[in-house]
Write a protein that binds this ligand. Structure first.
Ligand code: ZN
Length: 292
């Protein structure tokens, strides 16, 4: 599945979602020492309608900031960010991963302020010809007082950024809505391993790309891991000796999920099946059917 197909899926889900409340102008909020957030309206996956842009300065709030995930393609939202940056000079644009709702304003912002864009090499590859990434960030690297953590799974080049007791978590977890693992570019086994890795870090709060800050990060990570394991058990339970299609398996494995989300659930089901096949716990057949 291409990025374009995912965009189409997002649009289907958006169109089926109830109309959102009128949008309030973005308000700058302090979420951790030296870290502020501005939630900008983006074309993202409902019920989320915004992507958090994190502005990371020195802990004493003086000096230039790094801007993480300026994802809004909309002029009024970019103007709101510019207004804030007129007070807080910007040094670098940093991307957690390549998805449209995280990079939609990156090029415009970098060009307007004459600053470079930094991301993981796998993100830079995905964005070739779309966004020019001029600085590559590796696992463990220090950027402006942040420690970069490579956390693949939702996207191959996904990075989290840790500072003291707070971690900018990108799309590893959501304060609102769910995280999609799409098998065309995501990997369920890697995603679960990355959740485990974050759980092993000392940080407390998670600052997600969508929704409010999560004060008890470890509790949220344990909840996500438990939820994915529950889902995996359901998928295993749905498998029989007789090979079945995704459509056959979906009602059994995702019967508790609203029907409007089934197109997305089907992608997630496929990601679970890929993991089970790799582990020898499911078999895939030539006609896109799966069995025990
Ligand atoms: Zn994403």
């Amino acid at each position: 599945m291409t990025d374009r197909t995912i965009e189409t899926l997002y649009e289907q889900v958006r169109n089926a979602a109830p109309a959102a409340a009128p949008f309030a102008p973005p308000v700058l909020e302090q979420v951790a020492p030296g870290i502020r957030v501005l939630a900008l309206r983006t074309p993202t996956l409902p019920p989320a309608a915004h992507t958090n842009v994190y502005l990371v300065g020195p802990a004493d709030d003086a000096g230039p900031v790094v801007v993480v995930d300026p994802g809004s393609p909309y002029g009024d939202q970019q103007a709101a960010l510019d207004e804030v940056l007129a007070e807080l000079p910007i040094e670098l644009v940093l991307l957690t991963h390549h998805h449209g709702d995280h990079i939609g304003g990156a090029t415009a912002l970098a060009e307007r302020w004459g600053v470079p864009i930094a991301a993981h090499a796998a993100t830079a590859r995905r964005l070739a010809g779309i966004v020019e990434v001029s600085r590559l960030i590796e696992d463990g690297e220090q950027v402006h007082g942040l420690t970069a953590l490579h956390t693949p799974g939702h996207a191959e080049g996904h990075l989290c950024f840790e500072r003291g007791a707070a971690t900018i978590a990108g799309d590893m977890v959501a304060g609102l809505g769910t995280i999609l693992i799409d098998p065309s570019e995501g990997d369920m086994a890697l995603y679960l391993a990355s959740l485990e890795r974050l759980l092993g870090r000392p940080a407390g709060a998670l600052l997600p790309a969508h929704g409010p800050a999560i004060a008890d990060g470890p509790a949220k990570l344990r909840e996500y891991l438990a939820h994915r394991r529950m889902r995996e058990e359901r998928v295993v339970f749905a498998l029989t000796e007789v090979p079945q299609t995704l459509e056959d398996l979906l009602p059994m494995a995702y019967g508790d999920t609203p029907r409007v989300l089934w197109p997305l659930a089907e992608r997630s089901l496929r990601a679970h099946l890929d993991k089970l096949v790799a582990e020898g716990r499911a078999r895939v057949h030539a006609d896109a059917r799966w069995s025990r």
